[in-house]
Every structure is written in structure tokens, then in C-alpha cells.
Design a protein around this ligand. Structure first.
Ligand code: ARG
Length: 458
């Protein structure tokens, strides 16, 4: 029998029930629903709906249920209940009889589901932050080991200026840092408890909602009952944080795929995160990275779907909002899996230092250095840019690098070039000169690594 049977004379059609029921996915909120119910039972004592003894009996039964649920969450799926809230209530009634029927006094599934999903989100934020921090630590460690690995840095996927593999790693540490703090911000805003808002207008029992909020681990109670049961901002915010982080992960994956390609051959991904081809024996495919890149689309889709679902909804609760769960569950699972997989990809990554250096030497990535050299000799930057452009065209024609040109060759383009030019064209000089904060100079990169290690207690 459904919770709301009294008003009905006919049972719901099976087809409708299958369409309407949410237990097959919201069973994941069982722990939150039970904890919220314990909190509510305590609040009901203070307004004389339950005696102290009744509350204790309910709490004990709910705790038993919690243990059962933790040992086998999937068992819930065998039940016919409409949703997790009905399931918990019916199991409670099985355990304590009529007393169990008192628990729902003054509460609605609307404030209940709002509470459960918020509690679930808060928990997930902490788990995601742990995973993100772990990924950052792996990146910092990889950076520490690859400070000498000079490689080309790109813009437009054209070799631009030399960088180090370590500097590349530290760029991703920054991206994931913003993802981490975005979660902290979202957590702060979602830390308000909607329980005690009733169906929409507030509960008719004078419960102390601030104490209830604290009991359930929230900083405050929400301020408006209509908003409390209608608000899914925390889900949108998490989906948005997930989407942006997936964009970062996807760029990481794409860089890896390019670095691992036969053309670049900068890195070798471990056998443990690659797969072979069923036909071509020579292949070692970067599937882990490709899947991270691919899954970004699915997470971003969940954000769009949620926004579309919410955008035209009148206040307060509407059943449309049940659609929040599958999207957020899947998106956060996917996000966490991808963060963990990216960490794993770094685990046995080999950087081919000879190859990255060889590539950094090609592509005239020291051209900016030559321009700066001319500037130092008194040539205005615009002119020096032009002179170097012509010099590069000449060098390409001759099949030489800039550092391979002779002084007479340089002098065809500018009289001011002297023997001291060769030093500044070296990779080391290119790196060393980028010594302002945030630059690729090995000193700066070492500082950044040290600072990150302190921050992450590494
Ligand atoms: N399964 C519902 C959901 O996920 C719970 C709330 C039901 N409320 C209601 N008034 N039917 O949104």
C-alpha cells in the first residue's frame, strides 16, 4: 500500500507505478534518510509528539536499519516501495509497529527529499575533494621528477617556447585547485538544513529548526520554507563544478593523448592504463585518457539537463524535481572516477626526456629569444620581430635551427648580432630568462613545487 492510500479507491496502474517510482535510484539516499529521520524524531520530542521512550525506541530501530542498509544497500531494490522515504518508513513500521507511523508527523517527503539530497551532496563534496587533492599530489610528485625534462610549449598546437614537463604538471595543479575551492564554496552555500519546512508552508509543529539543523551537521536552518523545498541550486552548482573540472580533466587527457602519440612520443603510458588493438599488434591505445575526455560530455549533459528541468518550474515542489537524482549521481560518480583515473595515469608515466628535448630544439621555439637579444642591442621590438621572422624563413630554407646559423648568416638580417648570440639561443637560457613569478625558469618551478608540497603536506 502506498503512503497516500486513503484518498484512493483504485491501485495505481503497474505502468504508472514503474514510471513514477524512484526507489531504483534513490535507494542511494537510504543512509541520509535514516539519519534525517533520527534527527526528526528528536525534534518531535521537544514538541511533545513523541515521548522520550518512544524516540529512543525509534532511534534504536532506525540505527538497526542503518546497519542493515550499510551491509547490503542493494537489498533495498527488491522492495516494491515507491521511493526511499516510503521504504524507510515501512521498514520502521515493520520493526516497531504503530509507533513507526508517528514519525512522519509534521514532515513531508518534500522537505525530507530536500534534506536527503543535500546531505548526500555534502558528503560527496568531501570525497571529491580527497580525490582531487590526491591527483594534485601526484601531479606535484611528477613535476618534482621532471624538472629537467625540457619540452616544447605550444600555442595553436604550434611549437611556441620551451617549457618543462614539470611546469606543465604544475599548470594542472592550479586548475584542480580552483576545482577544489569551488567545491568548498558550494559546500558553504549548501550547508543549510531544509527539514522542518513541511510540504511547502512550514511545519505546523513549533520545532526548533536551528537545533535540528545542528543535529544533522548543518551550519544553519534554511530561512524560507517555500524556497527550502524548491531549491536544487546545490545540485546545479555541483554539476557546474563537475563540468568545469571535467573540462580540465579532458584537456589533461587530450594533452596526454598528444604526448603519447607516435608523432610526439614524449611520454609512454603504462600498460596498466592502455589497451591493445584486436587487429593491429603494434598498437597501445590511450583508452583511459580517451574515456576521461569522452565522459566530459556526459557530465556537461547532466548540467544542461538539470537546468532545463528547473527553469520553468513554478514554486514549490513539482515531481519534475525527482529528475535531479540520476543526473547528479551519475555525474559525480563519473567525475570522481575520472579524477581517480587521471591519478592512476600519472602513476607509471614515463617521460622520454631525450625526445622532448629534441623536439624543443626544433620548431624555432627560441625565436623570441633572438628578438629579445636584438632588443637588448638597441633594436626596437617591432623591428626585431620582423628581422627574426626573416631569419627564421632563411633558416627553414637551409634546414637549420637558429642556433646553427653562422654569424655572417645572422648579419644578413641584422648587423648587431655577435658571438654572444649562441648562449641566449640555448634551451637553458630560454628557460632561465622566464624568471618572473609563474614563469618556467627552473628556479621558479622549483619554488612552485616546494610551495605546493608545503600546502598539501607532502
Ligand atoms: N521521490 C520524490 C522525489 O525524488 C520524493 C518527493 C515526493 N514528494 C511528493 N510530493 N510526491 O522528488
Amino acid at each position: 500500500m502506498a503512503l497516500w492510500g486513503g484518498r484512493f479507491t483504485q491501485a495505481a496502474d503497474k505502468r504508472f507505478k514503474d514510471f513514477n517510482d524512484s526507489l531504483r535510484f534513490d535507494y542511494r539516499l537510504a543512509e541520509q534518510d535514516i539519519e534525517g529521520s533520527i534527527g526528526w524524531s528528536k525534534a518531535l520530542v521537544k514538541v511533545n509528539v513523541l515521548t522520550q521512550e518512544e524516540q529512543q525506541q525509534l532511534e534504536q530501530a532506525l540505527n538497526e536499519l542503518l546497519i542493515e542498509v550499510r551491509s547490503n544497500p542493494q537489498a533495498i531494490l527488491q522492495d516494491e516501495a515507491e521511493d526511499i522515504h516510503s521504504w524507510v518508513e515501512s521498514k520502521l513500521i515493520d520493526k516497531v509497529g504503530n509507533l513507526g507511523k508517528k514519525l512522519h508527523t509534521g514532515r513531508s517527503r518534500n522537505d525530507q527529499v530536500a534534506l536527503d539530497i543535500k546531505m548526500w551532496c555534502k558528503q560527496r563534496v568531501l570525497e571529491l575533494q580527497t580525490s582531487i587533492r590526491n591527483l594534485q599530489c601526484h601531479l606535484v610528485q611528477t613535476a618534482e621528477n621532471t624538472q629537467d625534462a625540457v619540452m616544447p610549449g605550444y600555442t595553436h598546437l604550434q611549437r611556441a617556447q620551451p617549457i618543462t614537463f614539470a611546469h606543465w604538471c604544475m599548470a594542472y595543479v592550479e586548475m584542480f585547485d580552483r576545482d577544489y575551492t569551488r567545491l568548498t564554496d558550494a559546500h558553504k552555500r549548501m550547508n543549510t538544513c531544509p527539514l522542518g519546512s513541511g510540504a511547502l508552508a512550514g511545519t505546523a509543529y513549533a520545532v526548533d529548526r536551528e537545533t535540528l539543523a545542528r543535529d544533522l551537521g548543518f551550519a544553519f536552518a534554511t530561512r524560507n520554507s517555500l524556497d527550502s523545498v524548491s531549491d536544487r541550486d546545490h545540485i546545479v552548482e555541483l554539476l557546474s563544478a563537475a563540468s568545469l573540472s571535467m573540462a580540465h580533466l579532458s584537456r589533461f587527457a587530450e594533452d596526454m593523448i598528444i604526448f603519447n602519440s607516435g608523432e610526439a612520443n614524449f611520454v609512454e603510458l603504462s600498460d596498466r592504463v592502455t589497451s591493445g588493438s584486436s587487429l593491429m599488434p603494434q598498437k597501445k591505445n590511450p583508452d583511459a585518457c580517451e574515456l576521461i575526455r569522452g565522459k566530459a560530455g556526459r557530465v556537461m549533459g547532466a548540467l544542461t539537463a538539470m537546468l532545463m528541468t528547473l527553469k520553468g518550474l513554478p514554486l514549490a515542489y513539482n515531481k519534475d524535481m525527482q529528475e535531479d537524482k540520476e543526473g547528479i549521481f551519475d555525474a559525480l560518480d563519473t567525475w570522481q572516477d575520472c579524477v581517480d583515473m587521471a591519478t592512476f595515469v600519472l602513476d607509471e608515466l614515463k617521460v622520454n626526456v631525450e625526445r622532448t628535448r629534441e623536439s624543443a630544439l626544433k620548431g624555432y621555439s627560441n625565436a623570441t629569444e633572438l628578438a629579445d637579444y636584438l632588443v637588448a642591442k638597441g633594436v626596437p621590438f617591432r623591428d626585431s620581430h620582423h628581422i627574426v621572422g626573416e631569419t627564421v624563413v632563411y633558416a627553414i630554407e637551409k634546414g637549420k635551427g637558429l642556433e646553427d646559423l653562422t654569424i655572417p648568416e645572422f648579419r644578413q638580417f641584422s648587423e648587431v648580432v655577435g658571438d654572444d648570440v649562441y648562449d641566449i639561443l640555448s634551451l637553458q637560457s630560454c628557460l632561465n630568462k622566464r624568471c618572473a613569478k609563474g614563469g618556467v625558469s627552473p628556479l621558479r618551478v622549483a619554488e612552485a613545487i616546494k610551495e605546493a608540497k608545503q600546502r598539501f603536506n607532502l
